[in-house]
Design a protein around this ligand. Structure first.
Ligand code: CP
Ligand code: NVA
Length: 294
């Protein structure tokens, strides 16, 4: 049976830990021809810097190649079904990575694909991000279980959802600090010990990791003004960082908007690990592709 990675829950705790270990091995020895002559199709319905480059470079380093398929360049745009797209691509390539809007669309893609499908971000999840992020936390802290990660801002977005689901699996205490209108959906919290509060100071108290993401995700542009106004009190700035542990790290999936969700002082300061996160996307996704496609 072909295996996909659509959400964080597609891997068990043990499998997730194994992926992180493999990612660290691949980081130490990046050039290994583990997927010789294989091709990964990469469908993008939304823009991307990190995801596109890390998957494409990752395939090259593994001895294969990534094939960029912009949404405007393929027949999906003109109404060819997701199912037919999946069936067709399955005849040419060894894996499909897709960045889409509705999560149901990637589920449909996977249902009709004969090759592994990897979620490169949907409106609901960003599981590759969470994988690279927890690898980064592990590198910095030497452990994951029992650490406190506070996520500030848009607590119901794709990155927050994946941090909640993956974090719960790894024993990380995730706390969401967000306005009530932007709390995660109840179903996202199921089976987790996630705490949710609308008090930003309470959320970050004693945290090992402070994480934020843009206030306006791709697809949320119509609500931009309202979101920016409501999330203002959740900006990660120097004063808020002081309430976390002394050795707390600051994380952001990027792209960032300095002066909105985070101040320049914090993201460009000594606690920030944002470019380690970006780098680790490469290693974590290579581990994922080797696991699914070999
Ligand atoms: N963090 C992330 O997924 O970045 P891109 O949108 O640049 O791929
Ligand atoms: N939440 C952001 C993440 C970008 C990598 C978005 O969906 O736009």
């Amino acid at each position: 049976m072909v295996r996909h990675f659509l959400s964080d829950d597609d891997f068990t705790k043990e499998e997730t830990e194994r992926l992180i270990r493999l990612a660290m091995d691949l980081k130490a020895r990046p050039i290994q021809p583990l997927l010789p002559n294989q091709t990964l199709a990469m469908i993008f319905a939304k823009p991307s810097t990190r995801t596109r480059v890390s998957f494409e470079v990752g395939m090259t380093q593994l001895g294969g190649q990534g094939l960029y398929l912009g949404m405007n360049d393929i027949q999906l745009k003109r109404g060819e079904s997701i199912a037919d797209t999946a069936r067709t691509l399955s005849r040419y390539v060894n894996g499909i990575m897709a960045r889409l809007f509705a999560h149901a669309d990637i589920v449909e893609l996977a249902k009709n694909s004969e090759v592994p499908v990897i979620n490169g971000l949907t409106d609901t999840y960003h599981p590759c991000q969470a994988l690279a992020d927890y690898m980064t936390v592990y590198e910095r802290k030497g452990r994951l279980a029992g650490l406190k990660l506070a996520f500030l801002g848009d607590g119901g977005n794709n990155v927050a959802n994946s941090l909640i689901r993956c974090g719960a699996k790894l024993g990380v205490d995730v706390v969401i600090g967000a306005p009530k209108a932007f709390w995660p959906k109840k179903e996202m919290l199921k089976g987790t010990k996630t705490k949710v509060t609308d008090k930003p100071k309470e959320a970050v108290k004693g945290a090992d990791v402070i994480y934020t993401d843009v206030w306006v995700s791709m697809g949320d542009e119509a609500e931009a003004a309202k979101r920016k106004e409501m999330m203002k009190p959740y900006q990660v700035n120097g004063a808020l960082m002081k309430l976390a542990k002394k050795d707390a790290i600051f994380m952001h999936c990027l792209p960032a908007h300095r002066g909105e969700e985070v101040t320049a002082e914090v993201i460009d300061g000594p606690h920030s690990v944002v470019f380690d996160q970006a780098e680790n996307r490469l290693h974590a996704q290579k581990a994922l592709m080797v696991t699914l496609m070999r």
